[in-house]
Design a binder for this molecule. Sequence first.
Ligand SMILES: [Zn+2]
Length: 300
Amino acid sequence: MPNRIPCSAERLDLLVPHMIQAISEASAFHHARQYMTEKRVRILEATDSQISSTVIGNAGLYEQQINLKDGHLVSACSCSTPEEPMCRHCIAVLLEYHRCTTHQAASKASARKGSSSQPSTNHSKAPSSLTLQSSLADIKLSDILKFVEWLQPAMNALENEQPFPPPPAIEAGEVSAWILAIKSLEDRRRETGDVLATLEAELRDRKAYAGRLTQQLQVAMEELKIAQTTTQSLEREVNTYRATLTKLGELTNDVAQYDEQIRMAAREILEKGSHFDKVATSFKEVAEALQAAAKITPQP
Ligand SMILES: [Zn+2]
């Protein structure tokens, strides 16, 4: 989300450092001034009311868009710094823009002194192409040579994934900003590599964990199969016992019936026995009567 600040200035070059400082957080302004002094700001395109730029921050390269529109200063940056109402990078861009416009106005004033016959220039057209020219004018050839000398071993170090060689002794300026930019990109690449390695290690751990879980699951499945087989054989045994018990119940009933029949038969036998006793007694009485009759009858 871009930040919007009410602003009565008609052109961006009218925003002087103390006005910018008045609306900035103290630490953001302090860092911004440091970035400007260390030449970390690069203005890519600028008009009276619009600036496109990049700034080498402490953790990488950030892009800014600043506009003066409908009485508001609208600024946006690709960083995630929570500074309000503007981040340190946008403040650094405004400071650098002010420095460039002041520098160019001074050069033009001295040029006019030299040739008074020249017509006066229109100030509102001034900032469009000033930035790159003024930046490049500051670069020394000796710095470029030192930079190129440093670049070759630096590229070798990059290829072999080794630390960069120490930077050459160069004054703070464009060339030292290039070196800073390269180092910052390399630091980010290295950080990304570290994160990637950590993620890969985590992935390996998780795969191993998943492998262990799968093995445990297989063992559990096999145990379940064995338990199912055991349960089935137990069910069969229980069914067999149940059938045996049913048969045993039937047999018990049969035995009870036989027992009753035997009792009845015994009772009948007993009844018949007493009847025989009576008959025998009768026969005995008849026999005794016959014997007595035989004794009374005289012998011839
Ligand atoms: Zn920023």
